[in-house]
Design a protein around this ligand. Structure first.
Ligand SMILES: [Zn+2]
Length: 451
């Protein structure tokens, strides 16, 4: 409440007798509000926006006022977050993220992430002329020479000291951490993992992981860890890291791994789901996913990629076979490969773990913007209720990024990032794609042309 200057409160009080349009930039009237807190729909709400903020929410009758946006029969949700985004072509990708209502992104490093790159992408996220989400990010990758992701994702953009830091001994970690905290980072990006597919590269030793965590604490920053299996997860949790940016690859056993599970609960973990990684691997087996969606209209052929190429099809079949059980005679389906993961995600969520939406877009067949909706649909396919999924992509994301005072829900005093939908997303999560209007920072955003 104390966020508003006194003059603004007086202005609002005086405004009762004035034309609402003169006092507020945007009013959405009589809308069904899904505020991001996970509760029931609030019907008949009016949302008043001024200078980028939500000034108040009430439910008086504004049906005679021509200056309002009529929200009758529509649904309002907070702007969505994708908390695992990579982009090397951000002027192309950012407007597409915004087209799909992704008003904030979290970039956990990548091969192009120099300090200059981070500055440019942050500045794009802070303006309203080119549609672009707000940008939050980590430091550059902390990894070791000859390991993941530099060896596994070869690119000439990896430059030591600019886009990646190689840890050579634990003594050097102190100065590296001091160096990166000079920049507006959410925390340090630490890669423990042994690589996405065989042959594996060695993992980072536990002593290095522990030292990064200790130095991060000293410098009042956090660690966002890249893990892809249970061993790496255990290493991260043992070191006290409570921000995990992938789910794929982990397979929890809530009975057998009781110590690990209890540690996760005690650490107040935030955990990004990235189920799209699984779906992306089998995209080549499902050309209809591209042909029957708006992907073709929004993304160029070169960005979509040659999904009919034989190598990708063979790789997709091999990936599916990995999930084949001895009893089944038919190949596993998408539902088969996500359901067991979503069941665990749901158990973690129900036990208070801060589960967060993210896609790992920037990888093949994970489309900036569109795939966040696919991520939500995968969670629903596996049994997650839509209200919880929306909370994961709004409230929980803002909580992980420590920005819940300003973003993540539609409440009085918060920044005005929201999506007006034609259909109810609590009936079916695919209704998050029935976008009528997107507002970021109190400004109605331009969407891509659908010609
Ligand atoms: Zn990633």
């Amino acid at each position: 409440m104390s966020k508003f200057p006194l003059w603004l409160s007086i202005l609002i009080l005086l405004s009762c007798q004035q034309n609402l349009k003169e006092t507020f930039d945007i009013i959405i009237a009589n809308v069904n509000l899904i505020d991001g807190n996970g509760g029931a729909i609030q019907t008949g709400r009016n949302i008043y926006i001024y200078e980028g903020r939500i000034i108040k929410i009430d439910s008086i009758d504004l049906s005679e006022d021509p200056s309002v946006i009529d929200g009758t029969g529509k649904y309002l949700i907070p702007g969505l977050f994708d908390c695992h985004v990579h982009t090397s072509d951000y002027e192309y990708d950012l407007p597409r993220l915004m087209h799909y209502g992704v008003t904030s992104i979290f970039v956990p490093g990548g091969s192009t992430c120099s300090n200059q790159y981070f500055k440019q992408i942050r500045e794009l996220g802070a303006q309203d002329s080119l549609p672009a989400p707000r940008v939050f990010h980590t430091s550059q990758h902390f990894t070791m020479e000859g390991r993941h992701p530099v060896r596994t994702y070869k690119s000439s953009n990896w430059v030591e000291g600019e886009t990646v830091f190689y840890l050579r001994d634990t003594l050097q970690i102190e100065s590296l951490v001091q160096q990166v905290v000079q920049f507006p980072i959410q925390g340090i990006k630490l890669t423990i993992e042994e690589g996405p597919m065989p042959p594996p590269v060695p993992r980072m030793p536990q002593t290095f992981v522990d030292k990064v965590v200790a130095e991060a604490r000293k410098n009042k920053t956090r660690v966002f860890v890249h893990v892809s299996d249970n061993t790496e997860l255990r290493m991260a949790i043992k070191a006290g890291i409570n921000n995990i940016i992938h789910y794929t690859g982990v397979d929890l056993d809530f009975e057998v791994d009781r110590t690990l599970i209890d540690s996760i609960y005690q650490l107040n973990v935030s955990w990004v789901t990235t189920l799209m990684i699984d779906k992306s691997f089998i995209y080549p087996l499902h050309p209809e996913w591209i042909e029957q969606s708006d992907i073709r209209t929004i993304y160029s052929a070169s960005k979509i990629g040659d999904y009919k190429n034989p190598y990708d099809i063979v790789r997709a079949k091999a990936y599916l076979n990995f999930f084949k059980t001895e009893e089944s005679s038919t190949p596993p389906t998408l539902k088969d490969i996500v359901t067991f993961q979503v069941e665990d995600i749901k158990t973690l969520y129900d036990n208070g773990v801060n589960m967060v939406l993210g896609t790992d877009t920037g990888n093949k067949y994970i489309f900036h913007g569109h795939s966040l909706h696919e991520e939500m649909q995968l969670l629903e396919l596996g049994g997650m209720p839509p209200a919880d999924i929306i909370k994961m992509g709004t409230h929980n994301a803002a909580k992980m990024l420590n920005i819940l005072d300003d973003l993540g829900t539609i409440e009085s005093g918060k920044m005005a990032d929201m999506i007006l939908l034609d259909r109810n997303p609590l009936d079916a999560i695919e209704n998050t794609m029935s976008i009528h209007l997107i507002i970021k920072n109190g400004v109605i955003q331009q969407r891509m042309s659908l010609n």
